[in-house]
Write a protein that binds this ligand. Sequence first.
Ligand SMILES: *Cc1c(COP(=O)(O)O)cnc(C)c1O
Length: 395
Amino acid sequence: MSPNTIKALNISQRYLHGPGPSNVHPLVLQAISIPLVGHLDAEFLQVMEEVKILLKNIFETSNDFTIPISGTGSAGMEAAFANIIEPNDHALLCTNGYFGSRMGEMIRRHGGTVHEIKAPWGEPINPATVEEELRTNQVKVVCIVHAETSTGVLQPLEEISRITHENGALLLVDAVTSLGGLPVRVDETEIDICYSGTQKCLSCPPGLAPITINPRALSVIKDRKHPVRSWYLDLTLLMKYWGQERVYHHTAPISMNFALHEALRLIVEEGLDVCFNRHALNHSALVAGLEALGLSMLVEPQYQLPPLTTVLVPVGVEEASLRQYLLQNHQIEIGSGLGELKGRVWRIGLMGHSSSQESVRRLLRCIEDALRAQHFQFEEGEAEKAIHAIYAPNN
Ligand SMILES: *Cc1c(COP(=O)(O)O)cnc(C)c1O
């Protein structure tokens, strides 16, 4: 193909209901197209200050060290481990899905030793197993995923936080899929290090990774004996740019920060509780509708994740064909299962701007259509009735 035959982009519009990215709010798309100013321009410095204030509000923290890392959610993850883990440090890793395993990979690459406790995919980590492990092994940090996007499990953190601190360890939490979709409450839960990403519940394109670190974890980082192995993700250097000194480190992705500023501002304008309730309500309606069609969820109700629902593929239905049908006929993207759930579940995201009554209705209507195409038997009109029962008292 000769390069001068390549045409300007012409990309389809999709309804994004996979495990991320989710649809970007139109005002965020506007913000990303604002012409650039310099990355040390007073107006951009003001944007940076406001992004920090907005992030602190959504993380529900007073931590001064709260900034967006340049890079996607995995860059936030790597920044956390690069700065906390020194060679020969021990970490307790809780895994009950794909992203826990990624954390383990990073800990080892930064020279740490991993002690792992597991729960089956689809179930949360039991605090008693954390306690047992901490009694036998002294670790520097306990690492856990708040919202496991691979399984749709919401991990309760309070008990694990208490046990972690009683044993003198730090608590490190992945909030990539929870931030903006459900309360993270960094201070109240005493999370020491917490990171997220922009393209899940923040309704923003992928490209930044908010991170917050409390004074206890910061002093551990300050007392490191070895330099952080990543220059780019060295938080002490980054803080000199994001703090008062404004020392050049790397050029901030200016347009992405404009986008994040607008995305965060929209959440604060909506109100955190209103935003979280919207995610919870739309999730309940989706589950009620799917169950009325005769489908079952992977996760027990009390551990279901409002932004991401894992649905078991029923006997007689082709997992991949249903997804293809939705994309080709309705412009809807949903996710497949990862790892050991491959072929067994669909992952349906209702994240950020994509979590609306309208999108739940569209999803159910189109999933019915796709099931019909595969001759799956269900009662017509039942899903509509089920979601009406959920929405009616709230309308
Ligand atoms: C998406 C995700 C990540 C990785 O984020 P990227 O933006 O893909 O790098 C990490 N943890 C969880 C729980 C996620 O859902």
